[in-house]
Design a protein around this ligand. Structure first.
Ligand code: HAM
Length: 426
């Protein structure tokens, strides 16, 4: 039987891992720049956490979760997103008691959603996400948006737009909920079964229904912005004013509601028309979630964050990136004694901090030179019987094509002296 990876999952092979590491490095550099620290939470959590945090009328929870019973019959779920787990960890580890009131964390890792796979959409995918917990302030919303914009700019993504909207505070959302119910009530029987349930439980979710998305009443649905309390309005106006001051382009998109229940106040998405991703693709999104921590049993704690799909960022990064750095030395032994010596030298060179490898396939020179080429080795070190006898090696610089005999005890010194100044091998 030939095994295949499950539908919607992919293997990241050695040839692509360099580009992944490049992306991860770039994101880590931006996090350091923004003073955001790493956090790693479990890949599976109690199912109840997601039901509570993400909301059981959302598509993510009701249709897309990978849920299973563990051996003791407890319901567990592979995380479909990162925010719920972070909020849980924040409460459980009492991060609200830390001296720094604003806790800024980031994560990168696999998430799982049972969705129809297509370009940039998988069942196991990766997110890079950032959460900022502890401070209720439009300045922090804007810091999050700035960071998200910095990411896409650093990747060189073209034609990006920052879409923003506000859902307001609890009072605004209650008023809006009622407005939505009044709006859809006359056509309730024309909506799908799910929407009829949503109408009762969570009418906001009707707006992101994939089945009813072309129903004429969708277009005329009330907008959140018209139901804001003065406080909620002031928060949003400050967000917009700060973005204006910082000269960050944005579009106020009154239809943006996001597909997860924990949001309040500001929500945003980064949409790209870059041809590599396809017009109108959402690369990332986020928003404020002031009720989430309390919902999970913690003290009232505001939060705001965002996440990007890393596969989408990878597509954005394109293929024209530098290969990983080449090896310092590729050792090419000819014969068994040479191989013993090669092993010794390789171990010594690695211990000295050089990147180094050797032929393990007993090939002739030609095959070994091909490997040296493929690994972009700076030096090829040739060791034959004669070299073993003379206690030397033959060092060929693959850039200058110069070949020199070097006594065993001088190898490190030779490499250091002959290295081109621009190559950092420490
Ligand atoms: P989300 O909009 O559900 O938000 O997901 C964020 C991003 O993850 C999406 O914009 C997309 O790029 C990527 N993504 C989602 N599903 C898939 C998939 N099946 N395949 C590939 N990529 C996908 C959240 O998850 C929130 N936790 C974001 C957040 C953080 N809000 C506040 N803090």
């Amino acid at each position: 039987m030939a095994y295949k990876a499950p539908r919607g999952t992919v293997d990241i092979l050695p040839a692509q891992s360099g580009k992944w590491q490049e992306l991860e490095q770039l994101l880590r550099t931006i996090c350091a720049n923004y003073n955001v620290k790493g956090i790693r939470t479990p890949i599976f959590e109690h199912t109840e956490l997601f039901n509570r945090a993400v909301g059981d009328t959302t598509d993510v929870v009701s249709k897309e979760m990978y849920t299973f019973e563990d051996r003791k019959g407890r319901s567990m779920t592979l995380r479909p997103e990162g925010t719920a787990g972070i909020a849980r960890a924040y409460v459980e580890n009492k991060l609200y008691g830390m001296p720094e009131k604003l806790q800024k964390v980031y994560y990168m890792g696999p998430m799982f959603r049972y969705e129809r796979p297509q370009n940039g959409r998988q069942r196991q995918f990766h997110q890079f996400g950032v959460e900022m917990l502890g401070v209720e302030s439009p300045y922090v919303d804007v810091e999050c948006m700035l960071m998200a914009v910095t990411v896409v700019k650093a990747l060189g993504l073209k034609n990006i737009q920052l879409h923003i909207n506000t859902l307001g505070d609890q009072e605004s959302r209650d008023a809006y909920r009622e407005a939505l119910q009044n709006h859809f009530q006359p056509v309730l029987n024309e909506l799908c079964h799910d929407c009829q349930v949503r109408y009762e439980k969570n009418p906001l979710r009707i707006l992101d229904c994939k089945v009813d998305k072309n129903h004429p009443m969708m277009k005329t649905a009330p907008k959140t912005i018209d139901y804001l309390t003065d406080n909620a309005k002031a928060h949003f106006e400050k967000v917009c004013a700060l973005l204006d001051d910082l000269e960050i382009d944005y579009v106020v998109d009154p239809n943006l509601v996001r597909g997860l229940d924990y949001y309040s106040h500001t929500v945003f998405e980064i949409i790209s028309d870059d041809p590599k991703l396809g017009a109108g693709s959402t690369v990332g999104g986020g928003g404020r979630y002031n009720g989430l921590v309390e919902e999970l049993g913690g003290p009232q704690t505001p939060g705001v964050g965002f996440a990007f799909g890393m596969e989408r960022l990878m597509i954005a990064l394109g293929d024209d990136h530098e290969d990983e750095e080449g090896l310092d030395v590729y050792i090419m032994p000819l014969g068994s004694e040479a191989k013993d010596l090669a092993m010794q030298i390789m171990t010594m060179l690695r211990a000295n901090g050089f990147t180094c490898d050797m032929d393990q396939c007993d090939r002739g020179l030609k095959g070994q030179f091909k490997s040296a080429d493929r690994f972009h080795a700076h030096f090829s070190m040739i060791i034959g019987d004669e070299e073993v006898q003379k206690e030397v090696v033959n060092m060929k610089c693959n850039h200058t094509k110069e070949q020199v005999e070097v006594p065993l005890e001088n190898i490190v010194e030779f490499i250091e002296n002959h290295y081109e100044g621009d190559h950092d091998h420490e």
